[in-house]
Design a protein around this ligand. Structure first.
Ligand code: M6R
Length: 611
């Protein structure tokens, strides 16, 4: 689950590569490295830890102007996080270098075969196995050696390979992992990357490799070969990058900045998409017709992590507003299920990055079964946007912090409009659609109020930061919201937190409750107000400290909970927005008090590109 990059051209390869790797660090920050050819020798530099460590290491190298370069950011799969396991990996002679994204499932078998022939390995990675096989097959023609190696590989990969004797040539290949290759109009340079947004340049002509295709990349020229080793013509897209150098804009962390952005990102997600006069919803490049939407018999939503939480909230919307049976499946499970698709199943894949491997794989399964597919995505040109029939963009701008915040609230906003759209196509009356939109329009200002009171959440965080175990509980929409809030706390504070349906606690988990086990109660679902109040009494009776997030006006909560954070009231369907933002702040402040690495928590990557 890594990012790979390559460059050959007239600009300084090292500079271009380091800028590219900065853009790819979201795919892993366990280690990073580069390799390039300089005056006929292979030069490599790699370091465990974040990219800043590699930058320090590069300062020790005498300044070099490489002929070409490949680079890597790693999220460890095979082998611990250390310098040896960092990419690039070189063959025994130090002549061939490789960077790799993916997993080679038969690497142990392939390694043992080479070991028997006397090859020794200097890392625990699956990647080193690939380069040693390429080296075994190399007889002067690098592309031929790569073409002989890839049929041996089981698993998924995107690779870039260079050889000291071919200082103007990068060989790339891919199976199921994204790999974009771009050239400029003047044919003076070529780029390759796991993500074309990392090219850092607009106006390139870009193609994507897949299905074991192999590319020979030189300055401004690309030749692509299929598995039969025939030269093929690939579809080329014009790529206009919207690259903006990431900036915290004065905030201490990206996460805090992204939490603060939410009033405006939600506005962008809904702006211009609902026409109040005609009570019609309109999304750009949306190819599902009214007739398609009228025929839908079920909706199956796919996602992982926070995007799955958006999907669970949306499943309620589709059932309640559009009266269509809907479910959300964790994509890593969905890809191995055999669902009973009807001829009119709509599959909605939700992903901030558009690159999550499990979501893409589950989507491919649904496509193969003949379903119509719709993506909900934040990143243009990502794999998800290319593989779905239609895609609705969040327009939330880059989300840099690994912990997803603004993407979620934009996803819920977009999905609520989608549910409204489908409901309208199936006969919902215009007046109630307008009434819903009136409430949705107020969400940005409700969130602003939460932001304005965040100092209270900081004080509450101080009180609760020393606890190591939490229950988050809620009902209906607040159940999903509390799962999301618990995920935030786990992810950035390394604190044990479980999101639980409040009514379910007494079926076992309540046994854990004690005075060192606080409960964070999400009370904003008015339909179940009396029930959550009873649940609060139950945990209070067992000594749990209680922090409640409750809508203004639900005064009874104050008599039960130890602490209450008051939220602007709204309808139940839209209550997830403000409660979610309160949960984001709580996690942020607790993580800060506990001294955690907020934007890049341990063991994680922004985009999970392996299974
Ligand atoms: O890019 P995606 O939305 O597909 O990512 C899915 C999850 O990996 C992601 O939401 C993850 O759970 C976040 N780090 C949670 O904050």
């Amino acid at each position: 689950m890594c990012g790979i990059f390559g460059y050959v051209g007239t600009q300084d390869p090292l500079k271009i590569c380091m800028t590219g790797l900065e853009q790819l660090e979201y795919r892993g920050y366990d280690s990073s490295g580069i390799a390039g050819v300089f005056e006929g020798t292979m030069v490599s530099c790699k370091k465990a830890g974040k990219l800043s460590n590699l930058k320090q290491e590069l300062r020790k190298l005498p300044s070099k102007s490489f002929d070409l370069i490949i680079g890597h950011t790693r999220w460890a799969t095979h082998g611990i996080v250390n310098d040896q396991n960092a990419h690039p990996h070189l063959d025994l002679r130090g002549e061939i270098a490789i960077v790799h994204n993916g997993i080679i499932e038969n690497c142990h078998f392939l390694r043992e075969q080479l070991r028997k022939e006397g090859v020794s390995f200097s890392s625990q990675t699956d990647t080193e196995v690939i380069v040693q096989w390429i080296s075994k097959f190399y007889t002067g023609d690098l592309i031929a050696a790569v073409q002989k190696t890839i049929p041996l590989l089981k698993g998924i990969y995107a690779i870039a390979v260079i050889h000291k004797d071919h200082p103007h040539q990068i060989i790339a290949a891919a199976r199921e992992c994204p790999l974009a290759i771009g050239t400029d109009d003047q044919k003076t340079e070529s780029y390759l990357s796991s993500d074309p947004n990392a090219f850092g340049k607009s106006g390139l002509n870009v193609l994507f490799l897949r299905d074991d295709e192999v590319a020979k990349i030189e300055k401004g020229t690309i030749e692509v070969f299929n598995t039969g080793q025939d030269l093929i013509i690939k579809k080329v897209e014009r790529f206009e990058s919207e690259y903006l150098a990431p900036s915290k804009e004065g905030f201490e962390h990206y996460l805090l900045k992204e939490i603060y952005e939410q009033p405006s990102t939600i506005l962008k997600a809904i702006w211009g998409r609902f026409h109040e006069e005609t009570a019609q919803v309109e999304f750009e490049n949306f190819h599902l017709t009214k007739e398609n939407l009228q025929k839908i018999q079920q909706i199956r939503i796919l996602g992982c992590g926070t995007s799955a939480h958006a999907g669970l909230i949306a499943a309620n919307y589709f059932e309640e507003m559009a009266k269509i049976p809907a479910s959300c499946e964790i994509a890593s499970e969905a890809r191995y299920q055999t669902p009973l698709f009807t001829p009119h199943t709509l599959v909605i894949a939700i992903s901030q990055s558009g690159e999550t491997a499990d979501t893409i794989a589950a989507l491919r399964e649904a496509k193969a079964a003949g379903c119509k597919t719709l993506g909900i995505c934040n990143v243009k040109h990502s794999t998800l946007t290319r593989e779905t029939d239609s895609c609705i963009y969040l327009k939330a701008g880059p989300e840099i912090s690994v912990c997803s915040t603004k993407a979620l609230t934009s996803q819920i906003a977009v999905l609520s409009l989608l549910a409204l759209h489908i409901a309208l196509c199936r006969g919902k009356d215009a007046a109630s659609a307008r009434a819903f939109f009136q409430e949705l329009k107020k969400v940005p200002s409700h969130i602003q109020k939460v932001i304005d009171s965040s100092a209270e959440l900081e004080k509450l965080a101080l009180k609760y930061a020393s606890f190591n175990d939490f229950f988050f509980m809620g009902r209906r929409h607040m159940y999903i919201t509390c799962m999301e809030a618990a995920l935030k706390l786990k992810e950035i504070s390394y604190v044990n937190a479980n999101g639980y349906p409040a009514g379910e606690l007494k079926h076992g988990a309540i046994a854990l409750i004690n005075p060192r086990f606080p409960v964070v109660a999400f009370c904003a679902n008015l339909q179940t107000k009396d029930k959550i109040l009873s649940n609060l009494m139950e945990v209070k009776a067992r000594g749990a400290p209680i922090l409640a997030f409750a809508p203004e006006g639900m005064d009874e909560v104050a008599n039960i909970a130890d602490d209450v954070f008051w939220l602007p009231p709204t309808i139940d369907e839209l209550a997830p927005f403000t409660s979610t933002v309160a949960g984001q702040f709580l996690a942020y402040f607790i993580a800060k008090i506990r001294g955690c690495d907020i934007d890049q928590p341990r063991n994680l990557a922004k985009s999970v590109t392996v299974e």
